[in-house]
Design a protein around this ligand. Structure first.
Ligand code: ADE
Ligand code: ZN
Length: 324
């Protein structure tokens, strides 16, 4: 079955590019930028990746990305991921980036997006992997900063498929960003949002995302199972969920495989993704294998997960059809 999974043409819809920063590249970029890291080796760095919650993960994630400073740094980061994606037969990826994690420490927005964009163009030409960018706002910053970031992105609108919301969910409900999302919609951006697994008020956050914000899809969102009415809304709208089993296992008590199974059985457009693979030790292939090991998925079910993903991409219909 591993070979079958390896051979499946794949689609990745929930991947933070900063979460693909492997320790080896972190050391390389630190050396390039004259930054001293508090670890003597790759092994020592990996050994420090001890997290058991979203917030303990985020501390390490933000610390790690401080080595990213210049346009070539962002290019190299994205190119390294896209090479890995090509190896795993990922044909299309929608990639999150966190501009505020960089602008807040003095790296200009255009440095970030130009580096990422150039990598996407080169990867398409050289590796045959297509990708688009999704700009995420950090929900633990003020809504005004998200709005300023949205406005700063407008000259690059053609390079950004949509917007998302990530970082620490506690005390930062979807509603906080209602005006930002409204403006993003007016600007033509598609909308997604993290509703992380087992967070406080998880179901209420999902409800706000769907009913108050009107998102096009939800990142994670497994707790929707606790509200049958919301499941029916998602089914009626054909909305997708971007689930990340290995990530779930790190930030909660389990991969939530049974929940994912239930959503699949209900006919929800579930997709399987890697979230922050350099930290959670698993790209999309490893996530599919882990889910298969837990659920004994059939070939048809594994293929259906990929069809779900291509179907809910933010590609024009004719490009979706070419993958389906
Ligand atoms: N930023 C990067 N990864 C994240 C995750 N899994 N949840 C929320 N914010 C994130
Ligand atoms: Zn995520």
């Amino acid at each position: 079955m591993k070979d079958f999974i390896a051979g499946l043409p794949k689609c990745e819809l929930h991947l933070h590019i900063e979460g693909t920063l492997e320790p080896e590249l972190k050391f390389e970029l630190a050396a390039r930028n004259g930054i001293e890291l508090p670890y003597a080796s790759v092994a020592e760095m990996r050994a420090a990746y001890t997290f058991d919650s979203l917030s303990s993960f985020l501390t390490i994630y933000y610390e790690g990305m401080k080595v990213l400073r210049t346009e070539p740094d962002f290019y190299d980061l994205a190119m390294a991921y896209l090479r890995k994606a090509a190896e795993q037969n990922v044909r299309y990826a929608e990639i999150f980036f966190d501009p505020q994690a960089h602008t807040s420490r003095g790296v200009p927005f255009d440095v970030v997006i130009r580096g990422l964009r150039r990598a996407l163009m080169d990867a398409h030409a050289q590796l045959g992997v297509r990708a688009q960018l999704i700009m995420c706002f950090l929900r633990d910053f003020q809504a005004e900063y998200a709005m300023a970031t949205l406005l700063e992105s407008l000259p690059y609108k053609e390079w950004i498929a949509g917007v998302g919301l990530d970082s620490d969910e506690r005390g930062n409900p979807p509603r906080k960003f209602a005006a930002v999302y409204e403006r993003a919609r007016q600007e033509g951006y598609l909308l997604t949002m993290h509703c992380d697994v087992d967070q406080d008020d998880a179901v209420e956050h999902i409800r706000q995302a769907i009913e108050e914000i009107g998102v096009d899809r939800i990142d994670h969102g497994v707790n929707i199972l606790e509200d049958q009415r919301l499941v029916e809304v998602v089914l009626a709208r054909g909305m997708g969920l971007t689930c990340c089993p290995i990530s779930n296992g790190y930030v909660t008590d389990s991969m939530k495989a049974e929940g994912i199974r239930k959503l699949m059985d209900l006919g929800v457009r579930v997709t399987i993704n890697s979230d922050d693979p350099a930290y959670f030790d698993g790209y999309v292939q490893e996530n599919l294998v882990a889910l298969h090991d837990a659920l004994q998925l059939t070939r048809e079910e594994l293929a259906q997960l990929q069809r779900n993903a291509f179907e809910i991409t933010w590609l024009p219909r004719h490009l979706k059809d070419a993958y389906l």
